[in-house]
Design a protein around this ligand. Sequence first.
Ligand code: HEM
Ligand SMILES: [Cu+2]
Length: 565
Amino acid sequence: MATTYRTCPRTGLQFDLDADKLMRWNAVAGVLWLLVGGITALLVILTRWPAIKLLPADQFYLILTAHGIDMLILWIIFFEMAVLYFASSTLLRCRIATPWLGWVQFWLMVVGGIMTNVAIFQGGSSVMFTSYVPMQAAPHFYLGIILFAVGALIGTGVFFGTLVVAKREKTYVGSIPLVTFGAMTAAIIAVFTILCGAAILIPTFAWSMGWIKEIDAQLYRMVWWALGHSSQQINVAAHVSIWYLVAAVAFGAKPLSEKVSRFAFLLYILFLQLASAHHLLSDPGMSAEWKVLNTSYFMYFAVLASMIHGFTVPGAIEAAQRKKGFNNGLFEWLRKAPWGNPVFSGMFISLVGFGFVGGISGVVLGTEQINMLMHNTFYVPGHFHATVVVGTTLAFMSITYLLVPTLFRREMLFPKLCQIQPYLYGLSMIVLSLVMMGAGTLGVSRRHWDMAFSGAPFQYEWPGAAYLMMGLTGIFGVIAVVGGGLWIGLVVLSLLFGKKLDGGATHDKPVPIPDQTVAASASATGSEEHTNVPGTVVLAITLLTCFVLYYFVNWKYLSEVWGLS
Ligand code: HEM
Ligand SMILES: [Cu+2]
């Protein structure tokens, strides 16, 4: 079968037309699920806002289950499929392997996603996205997730197949670009994740069908988190790859040391499971030694990986900017960055928010002893909205501003609103995460419909600050919904009504990548020649200082909770 490649005249990126179509459909499916996730987010936030308390308890749990699944699984993984195809086929200028299997991936994920949502909205499956047993959902809740996961597994297969084709047909020289390498680590972790998912969800499905009598609750939690935690590492590997991609296309930046960056991606794979112990910190089945060893020692290898990327991405940008002459003082390179370009601003807010808010709170939450202060409180969703929303979701949003013109061949409408959107969404989400964490530190629980426990036989007096934090959660949550809705609106309207752009010349073979283009920067390999990056060093020291202070505050707080004298 003949393959047709199109070379985008604006970026030089080459798209195999089969891959082009698969990427577009997967990305659009992701956006539609984000819409459902966003509507449910609004309902969740309006219920947790004590002054409003919109939904009754049963509807709240139904909606919260839908929110978790539609956001963390459906939106993110559909978009990741597009990222995988882009990082393999487009960046390597290679035809996509077995496009028909790509469509099997797509339709399995569509059918699975709809099936699980039907189960949730029918009402008998409000088990939260963790679906801990012995809570039981309807069989099609599990079956939908299983079909979706099989689809995703096939998608990773197509990705690996494409890497093999590219190597065999020599569509690139030397080693694969860093962005493709990062996507490859994400795909390797995905295979592992999905197999662990199968190991737990298939028996659970059988249990909901009545074929198996019982599933052990502790075993379920352990194996489920082999899926649940690993899938977050897929997201991290994917969004970090996008940070590198944006640094390359917006600045022509190369990593400070490509070897170190690749090594950091490998750390995600190597220390994946050890870090996942942080989800079992208050479970009875494991010893304290095991918990402390995993979360107070091994966990740091995975943290180290993110810290390396968090240093080398801005470092690469600083080095590239300094080479262009932005050498004044510590931060001219950053002041003169293209803050009006949503591709860059979104990516940079994603990086800083992920590092400062998600990273620091993650280490604090993940430490056995101080975890006891905020275990299962509102702090937990506060932490992970800084990682999966500010980190992953915002990175995906920012790269879309590049993909709409090049992949969908449409000009973005309302450029001024596009400029504002990453700030509106990213900053409100950062504040939302912080106030959620504040409420959690004061003890407000997560997944609780009514913090006032009205009608309960006992009363609990919250400090006024807890209500204040939850009120702020409501306000900033609504602003964040507006920011997210704005992105969906901008993207959908631009796809429908944006000015059509020239798709570029087509060829039946890949053509050499034109110099000085986005494509050339995105698939370049190698490191930046040695440049000092003092500004980035100052940023890194600031991060460490914030971390140490906050860590100390939490230990101090712990010591006051448990008086020893
Ligand atoms: C404007 C956007 C959003 C708002 C206002 C929002 C708000 C919330 C709130 C308040 C909770 C906690 C509910 C509770 O524990 O009582 C929550 C849970 C959650 N959110 Fe979001 N969220 C948003 C976007 C997202 C996105 C983009 C993702 C994923 C990519 C996400 C993933 C989750 C997950 C996985 C849960 C946990 C559900 C559970 O406990 O089972 N959210 N969200
Ligand atoms: Cu985890």
